[in-house]
Design a protein around this ligand. Structure first.
Ligand code: GLV
Length: 326
């Protein structure tokens, strides 16, 4: 008998077909919105595998209903939407999709950094709104990127890929991470500093850390007050790493110069959110890994992880590795 799996959103046809060849697949594809909680609750105790997205909250309450579930395969590198400890206690594997999205997300991080520094969105709106009357000495002046100092918080795969791009712009690279990365220091000339020094010395502070209880509101009022008045905060990790209320105040009263945000505490961020009223905020709808090729690869890898787990193998990207050590 084919194992039953549930897919929480419409995914590329070829990936779906691959799963259908070995599994009995149910899919939530009515609309491009997250699967309603009650549907998820009904499905979870029927299936052995779930192919889910970062918009699906897989918490302990839900997992209590999961009688046959063997694997939760998340189509994302981040997995803060899943209660991994609760899954581990039940022997359920959790998988993610690192690697395939590294360069694409680093590209977006750098694009957002440059767009914010040089006020690209504001400048484009200015032109389209018919406000451009003449070349003017101080019109839409921004911050320099070449030769500036970048502070990377979270030196994982994506952090390293951002550092590589920064070196191409002759930037001084500082980083803060749970552990030191001697190979990155050697290869990319990055300097390890404590968080306070990074905040004080950087022209660009880039958040690339996973979202955990330890990193919740890691950047708040106090941290923002340490940054330069000309500094720019870039967040392409998870919204909860930043205290958005404190960020709004800091941007409004000039504590820092601007912010480029791809992620928010609440997604989608409400359009009347105060942050969106500020001209010095460039805001994107969580598109860090959104290139055609990368999203295809992520879907393929999510399916691959799931099929490996269902076949009794160790999936390529198992998050709760303690399950195989046990
Ligand atoms: C996207 O945010 C991801 O975690 O893959």
């Amino acid at each position: 008998m084919k194992p039953k799996v549930f897919v929480t959103r419409k995914i590329p046809e070829n990936v779906l077909n691959k799963m259908k060849s070995v599994c009995e697949v149910q899919i939530w594809e009515k609309e491009d919105i997250p699967v309603p909680r009650d549907v998820l609750e009904q499905q979870i105790n029927k299936v052995e595998g779930i192919f889910c997205l970062l918009t699906d909250k897989i918490d302990e309450d839900l997992l209590q209903r999961a009688e046959k579930l063997k694997v939760i395969s998340n189509m994302a590198v981040g997995y803060n939407n899943i209660d991994v400890a609760a899954a581990t206690r039940r022997g359920i594997m959790v998988t993610n999709t690192p690697g395939v999205l590294t360069e694409t997300t680093a590209d977006l991080t750098f694009a957002l950094l440059m767009a914010t520094a040089r006020r690209l969105v504001e400048a484009s709106d200015y032109l389209k709104q018919g406000k451009w009357r003449t070349w003017s000495p101080m019109l839409l002046t921004g911050q320099d990127i070449f030769g500036a100092t970048i502070g990377i918080i979270g030196m994982g795969r994506i952090g390293e890929a951002v550092a590589k791009r920064a070196r191409g712009f002759s930037m001084k690279v500082l980083y803060y991470n749970r552990s030191r990365k001697p190979n990155v220091e050697e290869k990319l000339g990055a300097t390890y500093v404590d968080l306070q020094s990074l905040l004080k010395e950087s022209d660009y502070v880039c958040l690339l850390t996973p979202y955990t209880p330890e990193t919740h509101h890691m950047i708040g009022k106090e941290e923002l007050s340490l940054m330069k008045k000309t500094a720019i905060l870039i967040n392409t990790s998870r919204g909860g790493v930043v205290d958005e209320k404190a960020l709004y105040e800091a941007l409004k009263n000039g504590t820092i110069w601007a912010a480029g945000l791809d992620v928010f505490e609440q997604e989608p961020i409400p359009v009347d959110h105060p942050l969106l009223s500020l001209p010095n905020v460039v805001a994107l709808p969580h598109i860090g890994s959104a290139s055609l090729k990368t999203r295809m690869k992520m879907a393929e890898l999510t399916a691959e992880n799931m099929l490996q787990a269902l076949a009794g193998k160790v999936p390529k990207y198992l998050v709760n590795t303690e399950l195989i050590r046990a």
